[in-house]
Design a protein around this ligand. Structure first.
Ligand code: GLV
Length: 326
């Protein structure tokens, strides 16, 4: 039996790559940058499976370029806004993602950013490098307090809950806004009924929503104006959840205290972006899940989803299970 042909859009960590190469005849895109649209359309021709990254736009045109034998699309990410899922569902193609295993790494990094932005870590390190550290000063680089502060979570799914657990160790009060989630008896976090209520009460705001039509630019000029002038905003969700022009203005005019973004719109952020001129903003290059073990596990799960789809089995994690109903 010939092995099924697949296209893997980048070199993924070894545990996943080895599994894919064992089961499939895999073409793996070897470059650091993603394949261009044109290359992607050409490389998928005739494959039964695509293992994609969040940087690859996979829509109906890509699926049709692959052809009717395409059995599965496996995304090496928990987020799947890069895939036009209705196009896959219409073609009865299951789409896989990698939930669960990156929850802790992402929550750790969200907390890293809350601390770093609140306590001005990047600015302080630059202050030392610039030779501006002359003496211990009673009012130098003052930042936010955590104990007793209110952390507002926008989104109370797996990652939001994991951030709430970490906040308990810092003796913070946690509130959340999520129309689709209820309070969890295991986690000390109180539900509020509107985003405005959350923003008005919070000293720290951390975003944990998927990107969709209802969350695009959820944080905008109007909602930023509802935040406290001392508030810190952290985004480890998806860049377009924040209107970056509005964020720039709010940070520049010190209408909020600080922000940290692990995700931007676009990615990468152009080096001449005005955002990068702000002292009260930290930008990281989308690395919240980038711990060694987490990335190994993501690659493995993406490979398992791919192989299940190739075998005609149900994917361990499928975002469009309706493809299995008749
Ligand atoms: C990372 O952003 C992911 O969605 O896995």
């Amino acid at each position: 039996m010939p092995k099924p042909r697949v296209f893997v859009t980048r070199i993924i960590p070894q545990p996943g790559l080895a599994l894919v190469q064992d089961f499939c005849e895999a073409e793996v895109w070897p470059e650091e940058l993603p394949p261009s649209r044109e290359t992607l359309l050409q490389k998928v021709r005739g494959v039964e499976g695509i293992l994609s990254l969040l940087t690859d736009k996979i829509d109906g045109a890509v699926m049709d370029a692959a052809g009717p034998q395409l059995k599965v699309i496996s995304n090496h990410a928990v987020g799947f806004d890069n895939i036009v899922v209705p196009d896959a569902t219409a073609r009865k193609i299951p789409v896989g993602n990698t939930p669960g295993i990156l929850t802790d790494a992402t929550a750790d990094f969200a907390f890293t950013l809350l601390l770093a932005a609140g306590r001005r870590l990047v600015e302080a390190a630059q202050y030392v490098k610039d030779g501006r550290w002359k003496t211990w000063g009673p009012s130098v680089l003052l930042g936010a307090d955590f104990v007793g502060a209110t952390l507002g979570l926008v989104g109370f799914g797996r990652i939001g809950k994991a951030v709430a657990k970490r906040a308990a160790g810092f003796e913070m009060r946690v509130i959340f806004y999520d129309p689709t989630a209820e309070e969890d008896p295991q986690i000390k976090a109180e539900k509020v009924n509107s985003l405005e209520e959350l923003l008005r009460q919070s000293d720290f705001v951390s975003l944990h929503t998927p990107l969709n039509d209802s969350t695009r630019h959820l944080i905008n000029a109007v909602t930023l104006a509802q935040m406290k002038p001392t508030a810190v905003l952290v985004n480890t969700a998806r860049g377009p959840v924040v209107d970056q022009q509005a964020l720039y203005a709010a940070l520049k005019e010190k209408r909020i205290f600080a922000a940290a973004l692990d995700v931007t719109d676009p990615e990468p952020l152009p080096p001449d972006s005005p955002l990068l001129t702000l002292d009260n903003l930290i930008v990281a290059p989308h690395i919240a899940s980038a711990s060694r073990q987490t990335r190994d596990k993501m690659a493995l799960l993406a490979a398992q989803n791919l192989i299940a789809g190739l075998k005609g089995e149900r994917l361990p994690h499928c975002v469009n299970p309706e493809v299995y109903s008749r």
